[in-house]
Design a protein around this ligand. Sequence first.
Ligand code: P1T
Length: 382
Amino acid sequence: MKFSTKAIHCGEEPNLKEGGCGDIVTPIHLAATFARKEIDKPTGGYEYARTNNPTRNALEKRLAVLENAKYGLAFASGLAAETTLALSLLKSGDHVVAFEDLYGGTRRLFDKTLANFGLEFSYVDASDVENVKEEIKSNTRLIWLETPTNPLLRLCDIEAISKEAKQHGVLTVVDSTFASPYLQNPLDLGADIVLHSTTKYIGGHSDVVGGAIMISNDELYTKLKFNQNSLGGVPSPFDCFLLLRGTKTLALRMERHSQNAQKIAEYLSAQPQVEKVIYPGLKSHPQYKLAKKQMSGFGGMVTFILKGGKPKTADFLKRLNVIALAESLGGVESLINQPAVMTHASLAKEERERLGVTDYLLRLSVGIEDYEDLQADLDQAL
Ligand code: P1T
């Protein structure tokens, strides 16, 4: 099956067996616990909803299929997925090489929480595989990548880095949130683990917070499944329903996000008030070729800087009507964010500046509204 057919059917087959009513949509199973007929055996495989829940299981099967993985695991947020992953695969004294340009909350988790437990993090410009290679040490266990990155939309070569990591016996994790499973499948390129904040494109409607891990290795899955239950960061059945619903239109939405974002990137590039535009689908993007090779589309995120610093940027943001000033991304509605004071405020100013996340950089999550209305909104605000 192709992507949309899988996204609509896999994990959610109607139950036409004896006693099943054939419902086309997986029910929201609210039960926190499941009665058993026999003392030593759960009936129907379910015992307690933190451990397993039928709505969550349907979602997990679907998420696995969308990333061409053997297993999927759903979590209460992207950060709950990241925490479970780190605590499952790392122990005190272990070292992680991470792409320096990551979601601010991920760097906060690493530097301000996990570092207190004896884990060591090095940040490199992973857009050059040599930088990753040089940083691998005897205690390196994981390479943690985001591609495209948040908020600078830098890419790294998943295939080349995964190959290098394998030679050193190190696992590669790819946070593929910005691409979604429709535009990029890191496991097919050699990565060991894919992670998503399902709050974003997979949910797609800014009405659910969630996270997911997709993986094919049996041994790693067993560890993660154990810790999903042991740590307990699981999503509610209602959230699982919303996410299952979101996956069904993922392909259509990603096509439109990408089309709108390409046009907006080109429009902004032509405006005299705009200093710089970053979008992987512009030929001026330093990794345009890699984006074409590794992704099947360029996605819905556009990052840019206006001329005129604080007053012009503040004025522009206040004037927008259709596009809302808000954190998050990947929903049907367009959102704009000033990372330095919003999503990346937890990074030290010097580090932000070093990375290029400067004070007035803007990140636009282009929604699926009619393009003409988005351009008109930007135009009147400029
Ligand atoms: O917000 P949560 O579902 O916990 O996901 C965290 C996360 C992980 N990875 C990436 C690439 C992300 O962008 C995020 C969350 N990002 C935002 C809320 C944001 O506005 O950038």
